[in-house]
Structure formats: C-alpha cells, structure tokens
Write a protein that binds this ligand. Structure first.
Ligand code: SF4
Length: 444
C-alpha cells in the first residue's frame, strides 16, 4: 500500500544527498513524498551527529514530530543518519516516540523500514559502514539550477577531534564512470552549478591505487554542460600541482576553494593528527593565490582545541589577519565522546566560545574590507529569484556558495529569471552582504 512520507534533511550537503536518495527509493517503491509532516504516514528525520549541538537540533525535530504523532496528525517516526549511527539504541530508549532507526550503512533499507513501522514493527537497521557506496537515483531537493555531486563516502584522516570516520566508515571513492554518469544526468536536468562534495575530495581515487584522481574527474566533469563547478572540502596536504593546474586552467571550475585548516599552530596540528605544519599551509596558500588569480578561500577554524593557550590563540589570530581568508566557519571546540582529543586537556567551553567570537570579529572585518574592494565591480551572478523582504533580486557570484555564504541583492529594470546568469554592478553593502544593480542579462 502506498504511504505518504515526509523527509527532514538535516546537516551537511552529504547528508542532503543521502536524503535525496532515500526519497527516490521511496518514490520508486510507489510511495508519495509529502511536503509537510501533518497528515503524513511516516516522518523520516535524517540526522547529523557530527557535533553534540547537531544532535540537539535533531532531537528538537524529533520532539516536534512526536507532538504531531501524539495529536494523531502523523503515524510513525523513523530516524536515520549520523546521530543514530552514533547513539544507536539510545535514541529510541530516550525518545520512545521513535518507531525505527537506520544507521549510515542502511539508507538502502528505507523502504523496508517504512513498511516495518507501518506494520507496527520497530526496525533497527545497521548495515556495514565500510561497504562500497550505494549507487542510487535521487530526487533533487535543491533549486533546479544547482545540485551536489557526492564523489566519495567516509573519511580516513582520523583528525583527533572528529567523530566522522566512526560514523561514516573508511574513505571509499565512487567509481568515476558512475560519478560522471550522474553528473551527466544532472546537466541534462538543467543544473548549471555542480557542487562537488565529500568529506575530503582531494583523496578521490586514492583508495583504488594510491594515486590521486580528482584532477582526472574534474577534467571529465568540465566536458559536461555546466556553467559553474564548485569544490568543497579540500584537505590541504593532498593538493598536488596537477590538481592546482586543472583548477587554474578550467574556466568552469570556480576560483573558490574550501580548504578546512582548523588551526595553524604546529603543536596543535600535530596533536590533532593533521598532516602538514604552518609553514606548509602558508606556502600552499601562497602558491594557490599565485597560480589562481581571483581566488576566494573558505576555511573552517576551531578555537580552544587541546593545546591552545593564549599564545597559540594569538598566533591563530595573527595568521588569520596575515592570510585574510575571505570566509571561515568558526567553531568553539566541542569535545566529542569517542574521539582521542576529548581526553586531552583544554580550556573550558566558555573560553573556547569567547575565542570563537574574537575570530568571528576578525573575519567580519576581513569581509568588510572585501565588500569595500568589490564596490564598482561587475560580477557574473547566478540569479536565484526575487526576495520579497528586500524587494530586490538575489543571486550569488563565484564568491558565494549556497547556504553557507551570503548572497548578492540587486535591482533590475527587467525581470531576470531564477537560474539565469546576469551581470551585476556592485554599488553597496546591506548587513554585510553586497548589493548592486543589473547591468545586462546573459543567457544562462
Ligand atoms: S578530514 Fe578530519 S575533520 Fe574532516 S571529516 Fe575527516 S577526520 Fe573529520
């Protein structure tokens, strides 16, 4: 019997892809995807469990679904993803409203799990998290003009503060022909901006033969009908010259790189099992800027890591001022149970949070300088529609990745279509985001 299923995707882009695959499996099995949980048979919450705070967010969603269930407006609740992989049986034990759980090795079992819960059973599926990556179709939940392409699963870097390898298994690259085939389908569906993701894309292919194959893959992807290709999560120590050349040479690859650095102090990097030291990172950033003109860099930074005293924190701040990385996700260190770093000595959470605020402040001043520099520039912008609140159009340039960076607000005499590429002259700043006016339209 067909059921109505509502999906709630939480967490990162990789998790969004898992959710899209489960949605497709359910649809192919004859079930209907419901836009809202009210009136649905099953709500599936695909959780993130990377940080305790992400688990808390997932719990809030579960409790909201539990209220609907108690009110008779939703029949069953299934919880999938990283949080269930991390906490297993504790999830239904703590929240008895949860009818079934699936770990990160069992997305493929979603249809059976739905049927189980509707039959009054309490499924617990925990498949092998090191198995080859499942190759499924997807329902796209992103706007039609951009989509994520996940090229690998898991992570083998074992940074001391990170729980991901335990939740997502070892690093497994998807076969290149499958990745290219999926990308071709996305291009045929009208996707203009392809966002290549994995926990670490630089290691793509190293699990096959020890060689790096990201550059080969990017060359293939550039042959397809995309306008932009954006890259997320390049671990710094694996960026070889060939990869840098391809990024520099291929016009479709956006000159925007997301390289999570986490810290710059040699002692902390070593303690955290990160490869490469500060001198290496500085040399890499210099090389990237020299070889890729107009490069925008994004990173992530953790404050209050074990080993970070006042001097190390000062060093981090100075490094950020010197490097002027345009964008940074800043996180106060959170000791995650089950990681080596959680057992190490560190400053308390309040101090880590105070330091994070100071780093955010540095980054917003760097952003202000950039916004100033952009005044008068004409940028190619992917129009994403009309924003009723600011009464202007919104879009993104190469420097803004969806959801995590800002947007550009612009006025236009005509009516630029969402999903088309336009040219915008930057004329101002509004709450830290750029504003401008349409110059002329291009065909996307
Ligand atoms: S590279 Fe390090 S921080 Fe990133 S997912 Fe892997 S283990 Fe975690």
């Amino acid at each position: 019997m067909p059921y109505k299923i509502h999906f709630i995707p939480l967490g990162c882009a990789k998790n969004v892809v898992n959710c899209e695959q489960m949605m497709n499996l359910c649809r192919e099995a004859g079930h209907t995807l419901a836009d809202a949980p009210e009136g649905a048979d099953v709500a599936v919450i695909n959780t993130c469990g990377f940080l305790s705070s992400a688990s808390e967010e997932a719990i809030q969603h579960i409790l909201r679904m539990a209220e609907l269930k108690a009110a008779g407006r939703l029949k069953k609740i299934l919880v999938t993803g990283c949080m269930t992989q991390r906490y297993g049986e504790d999830v239904p034990a703590e929240m008895p409203e949860v009818d079934g759980i699936l770990g990160t090795g069992s997305y493929k079992d979603i249809v059976s799990a739905v049927e189980d819960v509707m039959a009054g059973k309490h499924p617990r599926y925990f498949g092998d998290i090191d198995a080859p990556v499942d190759e499924f179709g997807r329902v796209l939940t992103t706007p039609p003009w951009y989509a994520y392409l996940r090229i690998a699963e898991g992570c083998g870097n074992w940074c001391a503060f990170c729980i991901i390898p335990k939740l997502r298994g070892k690093y497994r690259s998807r076969p290149m022909d499958k990745v290219v085939e999926e990308a071709r389908e996305l291009a045929a569906r009208g996707v203009k901006e392809l966002i290549v993701v994995a926990q670490d894309i630089t290691r793509y292919g190293t699990d096959w033969d020890g060689e790096h194959h990201l550059a080969d893959l990017l060359e293939e992807l550039c042959k397809l009908d995309f306008h932009w290709i954006r890259l997320h999560y390049l671990y710094p120590d694996q960026m070889d010259d060939r990869l840098i050349d391809v990024i520099a040479r291929e016009p479709k690859i956006l000159k925007y790189l997301d390289i999570p650095l986490q810290h710059c102090n040699d002692g902390i990097l070593k303690k955290m099992n990160r490869r490469g030291d500060k001198a290496y990172i500085e040399a890499l950033l210099d090389k990237l800027r020299e070889r890729i003109p107009g490069l925008v860099l994004r990173t992530s930074i953790i404050t209050g890591l074990p080993g970070e005293g006042e001097a190390e924190f000062e060093e981090l701040c100075q490094f950020l001022w010197d490097q002027r990385l345009l964008r940074a996700g800043v996180f106060p260190y959170s000791p995650e149970e089950g990681t080596p770093a959680a057992k190490m000595e560190r400053v308390d959470t309040e101090e880590a949070e105070r330091r994070a605020e100071l780093v955010v402040d540095i980054q917003s001043r760097i952003m202000d300088e950039w916004n100033e520099e952009m005044q008068g520039e004409i940028l190619e912008v992917l129009c994403e529609g009309f924003d009723g609140q600011s009464m202007s159009y919104v879009g993104r340039s190469w420097a803004e990745s969806p959801d995590i960076d800002g947007r550009i607000y612009f006025t236009a005499d005509g009516e630029p279509e969402a999903g088309s590429f336009v040219r915008v002259r930057i004329t101002g700043v509004m709450d830290g985001e750029l504003t401008g006016e349409l110059v002329e339209e291009e065909n996307g």
